[in-house]
Design a protein around this ligand. Structure first.
Ligand SMILES: CCOC(=O)Cn1cc(-c2ncnc(N)c2C#N)cn1
Length: 331
């Protein structure tokens, strides 16, 4: 199997589609009506590239099949979580250039909140805890260390920073100001429940999900908006018991979450990343000749690092889902 690497500049041109947003490793497109050339107002195409980021850099070496593995994993999670929340996926019948690594999704109005939950304390949450004894305003027990399991998952939301900037942590009170108390409570409860469920399932497969970021949206029609409308939404007026709060974006992937091997978990030190440790170790080893403190881009990856990293993504998918990974074809 000679994997082909999809190395778009994060987002390739796609016939019949217009690129709307290009993230570090993904792109969001609007399908164009072949007759009129107008954008389809009800669907979007969410495309995952084979690119990988590390230390805030997007590497110039793609990981073959990464986009496909993460897309398939997200689709699997949407099914596992269907009793907790409806999702935005319409179809995996996508253009052959992006087969297996793209999905048509319902076009929603997205809530302006990055919904993060943490089941284990590390990274930015640990830093905040070390300074304040709390995370996102939530008091935590004393004596927690890097990698400590939290008594229960904590909602630690962020703002949606402009492209390329870091999301800023915000308190629950600020989420209430952004989207009103009812939607704030609903997305908090859903985000925590999703991570809780994710860890229940992953634990049986020897995987710990330390934290995750999800995004929610609402169907414009349920907001009384036309499809094309993009006027300001008064989120506080939305009743989550009346509308559907839809789980969108990607869910519980190694790009949106921290995956750790349960067998390697040891609170008190940095945990090894299930998917990115091989990459990180090489980048920070003399072999790479790279200094992550310099603002120079990381070097091209050697073939063995690429293949080992690809194998980690495939292993994570097959371990979690119990299904063999088949490149390029939707599960
Ligand atoms: C470049 C990649 O960035 C993103 O996918 C983040 N994002 C998602 C949307 C979105 N917007 C309307 N409807 C949706 N179903 C979605 C989704 N998913 C916008 N940005």
């Amino acid at each position: 199997h000679v994997p082909t690497a999809h190395t778009p500049e994060a987002a390739p041109q796609l016939p019949g589609h217009e690129l709307l947003y290009s993230g570090k490793v993904r792109g969001l497109y609007a399908p164009l009506d072949p007759a009129t050339g107008q954008r389809d107002q009800e669907r979007l195409l969410l495309v995952a590239s084979d690119r990988i980021s590390a230390y805030d850099h997007v590497l110039d070496t793609p990981i073959p099949d990464k986009g496909s593995v993460l897309t398939q994993m997200s689709l699997w999670w949407f099914d596992q979580l269907a009793d907790l929340a409806p999702h935005h996926v319409i179809s995996t019948d996508v253009p052959e250039q992006v087969a297996g690594r793209a999905v048509y999704v319902r076009r929603l109005r997205m809530l302006p909140v990055e919904c993060v939950a943490r089941a284990f304390l590390t990274g930015g949450g640990l830093a905040e805890y070390a300074a304040t004894g709390t995370v996102s305003g939530v008091p935590l027990p004393e004596g927690l260390v890097d990698g400590s399991r939290l008594p229960e998952p904590v909602f630690t939301p962020s703002t949606k920073a402009p492209m390329g900037e870091h999301d800023q942590p915000i308190s629950f009170a600020e989420v209430e100001e952004l989207v009103g108390p009812r939607l704030a409570a609903r997305v908090r409860d859903l985000t925590v429940a999703i991570l809780q469920r994710g860890n229940e399932i992953a634990a049986d497969r020897g995987i710990l999900i330390a934290d995750t970021k999800v995004e929610f949206g609402i169907d414009p029609a349920q907001l009384g908006l036309g499809d094309g409308a993009d006027e300001e939404i008064d989120w506080a007026s939305v009743d989550p018991d009346v509308v559907d709060v839809v789980l969108a974006d990607e869910v519980l992937t190694p790009d949106s979450s921290r995956f750790w091997r349960a067998s390697e978990w040891a609170p008190g030190r940095t945990q090894t990343s299930y998917d990115k440790q091989v990459l990180r170790d090489w980048l920070t080893s003399p072999a790479s000749g790279w200094d992550k403190a310099s603002d120079t881009p990381p070097p091209t990856l050697p073939d063995d690092v690429v293949e080992l990293t690809r194998a980690r993504y495939v292993e994570a998918y097959e371990t979690l889902t119990g299904r063999p990974f088949t490149a390029g074809t939707p599960a």
